[in-house]
Design a protein around this ligand. Structure first.
Ligand SMILES: Nc1ncnc2c1ncn2[C@@H]1O[C@H](COP(=O)(O)OP(=O)(O)OP(=O)(O)O)[C@@H](O)[C@H]1O
Length: 234
């Protein structure tokens, strides 16, 4: 299964953010989307999630040679700033979400199994989410986005608010689930991108470019990425 982007264009007034972005993302890989501040990473995610309309181009899912449009059930989108209903407890939120998504869920686990999977402590599960830390809200947002098992998982700087232990757990979790998803995440943390991702994709001047990893050690690869990102200034 693939997510194909063809010549995506998006501008805000006169500012052309995406200028013919072309890329094919495949299931089973973690893609690290890198770009300078304001390069358009969130805009690209918002386009794929159809929160905003594209001005040109197209995108679709291709499965065994058959193309089809993306539907909302295909996408899980974890925002960099988590948005959760703060008046609910973690358990109420998860229960509500499981109920409304029951039909499309591929496996059913108990609520506590989900909390265990996401390493949310027992003592926190029945607290109101208004008292959750940023990282805990982020975990809840990640959890409700992955339990529906969406084809495409868009993660906008998802690990930035996690402490090192949780970030490590989340990395392991993403590696565990990657075989069933097209996983794209944006980050400014180079080490994270190098460590976690199978491919690095750079958003540069409104277009997407893969940086092949072969035959480069981490330091050389890092230099290459920075050079490519610097290219925007030229
Ligand atoms: N709704 C909007 N209206 C007008 N301009 C917008 C809108 N959304 C984004 N932009 C502009 O589009 C450009 C790309 O922004 P975007 O947030 O996609 O970048 P980014 O790569 O995610 O940045 P960062 O790494 O800093 O989070 C910026 O110049 C931003 O000001």
């Amino acid at each position: 299964m693939k997510l194909v982007l063809e010549q995506i264009e998006k501008k805000f007034d006169k500012k052309e953010v995406l200028r013919g972005a072309d890329f094919t993302f495949e299931k089973g890989k973690i893609y690290g989307l890198l770009g300078r501040n304001g390069a358009g990473k969130t805009t690209l995610f918002n386009c794929i999630n159809e929160d905003i309309e594209i001005d040109g181009g197209s995108f679709y899912i291709e499965e065994e040679g058959i193309k089809r449009p993306i539907i909302s059930e295909d996408i899980g989108y974890v925002l960099s700033t988590p948005v959760v209903p703060e008046f609910l407890t973690g358990r109420e939120f998860l229960k509500f979400f499981i109920e409304i998504n029951a039909q499309k869920m591929k496996e059913s686990k108990s609520l506590d199994e989900y909390f265990d999977f996401m390493k949310i402590e027992e003592e926190d599960r029945d607290k109101l989410m208004k008292d959750y830390s940023h990282g805990m809200k982020n975990k809840m947002q990640m959890l409700v986005n992955i339990i529906g098992s969406p084809t495409i998982l868009l993660l906008d700087e998802p690990l930035t608010s996690f402490d090192v232990v949780v970030a490590d757990e989340m990395k392991k979790m993403l590696k565990e689930i990657k075989k069933d998803h097209i996983l794209i995440f944006s980050t400014h943390i180079m080490e994270l991108a190098l460590d976690l991702c199978d491919e690095i994709v750079i958003l540069n001047q409104g277009t997407l470019e893969a940086i092949p990893k072969e035959n480069l050690d981490n330091e050389e690869f890092k230099e290459k990425i920075i050079d490519t990102l610097r290219g925007e200034e030229g």
